[in-house]
Design a protein around this ligand. Structure first.
Ligand code: CTP
Length: 409
């Protein structure tokens, strides 16, 4: 039995990056031998085990053959005869197909080290096509290593294009896709993920609503970059630069989907795009079964981002409706995330990245003013039920009028 470190752990050590997860491959062993050594099997027909102490993953060297569509369509062949090279050739990228023994001796039959130096994300073999999720993985690695100068090799991009056109991406489960999407959005350059998906035609399949934004103009006075797709990428980039959480990044990606629906004769204006986009945002949310907090924020940002930008001009009654829509009294954090998404939207414009965004503090102040309305005195005055609700609203409106007046002094 020979044991090797494989995949990301080898790649990241060679890149000088911190290694978090270690995957191991075991050559020359049977399932029975692994069980006898105390390894715990991960799944019934999956030749992967967890180490009894470290909990790290140990996989028997295996070959994979695709026998049908989707993730279920795999047959595994794991046996003590499968060599390390045979195991490595079925992996996605050359930089992920290196192995290392306990003396740090490298086994690198597909020249992963050369591609690390050349900063290339290159597939190992045609077996790449056996798992369509790899299209998303490559785009994610491109986002992660963009700052190091990595790009996708042209022949790999071509293979990704063929996979995207083949209809295979439709067979991915929402859970697998979301895992890649959410990890990619949390990288330092999430916009590269979208760019690579677009370059290989996968964006059109996975998120046609986002793909449709490219080539759609906006008024240059507010959007010097003009193109709505370019703007969306910049907003995403700003969200990463400002270390925003996943909820905000997801909302940034989807906030302007309605602009893709504007008839050409109305360009570059996009009347009511906020409202028109809601059904598209809902569709994308549901397609990937995004977590509830991501779904909610994306819908709210989609509907109200223009309110955010116009905060200082809003009538107190509109301001109150906005705060009520966010249930800012019980969900203050969600309103903070809305403000953040609006600010990223304002900064994700060519030449305006450093602009100040006074709307943010103004909105925070409005939320505080409305929250400060005390309920107890109203209860003491005898209000209850729906009348109490109305009385609270009246008091909040009064507070917002006073706030607006004080702010304009
Ligand atoms: N792998 C693959 N195809 C996939 C998933 C994984 O070929 N669809 C292989 C790659 O060799 C990869 C290894 O399995 O390096 C481990 O996969 P995983 O832990 O998902 O990724 P890492 O490469 O470790 O990357 P990350 O740092 O993103 O976890």
């Amino acid at each position: 039995m020979r044991i090797y470190k494989v995949g990301g752990a080898v790649r990241d050590r060679l890149l000088g990056k911190p290694v978090t997860d270690i995957d191991w491959v075991v050559v020359g062993a049977t399932t029975e031998e692994m069980l006898a050594k105390g390894f715990r099997p991960v799944g019934a027909d999956f030749p992967v085990f967890l180490h009894p102490k470290s909990g790290e993953e140990y996989a028997l060297a295996r070959t994979e053959r695709k026998s049908g569509r989707g993730y279920g369509g795999f047959t595994f062949h794991a046996s003590p005869e499968v060599s390390l090279e045979e195991d490595l050739i079925r992996r996605d990228l050359t930089i992920n197909a290196m192995a290392e023994d306990d003396q740090q001796n490298l086994t690198d039959p597909y020249h992963g080290q050369r591609d690390l130096e050349a900063r290339l994300l290159r597939h190992v073999s045609p077996a790449f096509a056996e798992d369509p999720l790899r299209v998303l993985r490559v785009a994610r690695f491109a986002a992660r290593y963009a700052a190091l100068g990595f790009t996708v090799a042209p022949e790999t991009l071509e293979l990704m294009r063929q996979l995207s056109e083949s209809g295979e991406l439709e067979a991915l489960t929402p859970e697998r896709s979301w895992k890649e999407i959410s990890r990619a959005l949390m990288e330092d350059q999430p916009q590269v993920f979208i760019e690579v998906l677009r370059a290989c035609g996968a964006l059109k399949v996975l998120m046609p609503e986002v793909d449709a934004l490219f080539g759609v103009p906006q008024p240059p006075a507010h959007h010097p970059e003009i193109d709505t797709g370019a703007h969306t990428l910049s907003v995403l980039q700003q969200a990463a630069l400002h270390n925003q959480p996943l909820t905000v990044r997801w909302a940034c990606l989807l906030h302007d989907l309605g602009k893709g629906l504007t008839p050409e004769e109305e360009w570059p204006r996009h009347i009511a795009h906020e409202f028109k986009g809601l059904k598209l945002i809902k569709a994308v949310n549901e397609r990937f079964k995004a977590p509830r907090d991501c779904q909610e924020l994306a819908m709210l940002v989609g509907e109200y981002h223009t309110h955010g930008h116009r905060a200082l001009e809003l009538k107190p009654s509109t301001l109150l409706e906005l705060l009520q829509s966010f249930d800012v009294y019980r969900r203050p954090q969600r309103f903070e995330e809305f403000i953040a998404a609006c600010e990223m939207d304002a900064r994700g414009r060519e030449g305006l990245e450093q602009r100040s965004y006074p709307q943010a503090d103004y909105l925070r102040g409005a939320a505080t003013a409305a929250r400060c309305v005390a309920v107890q005195p109203l209860l003491e005055q005898g209000f209850k039920g729906p009348e109490l609700g109305e009385a609270i609203k009246r008091e909040r409106l009064k507070a917002l009028k006073a706030y607006k007046e004080a702010a304009s002094v």
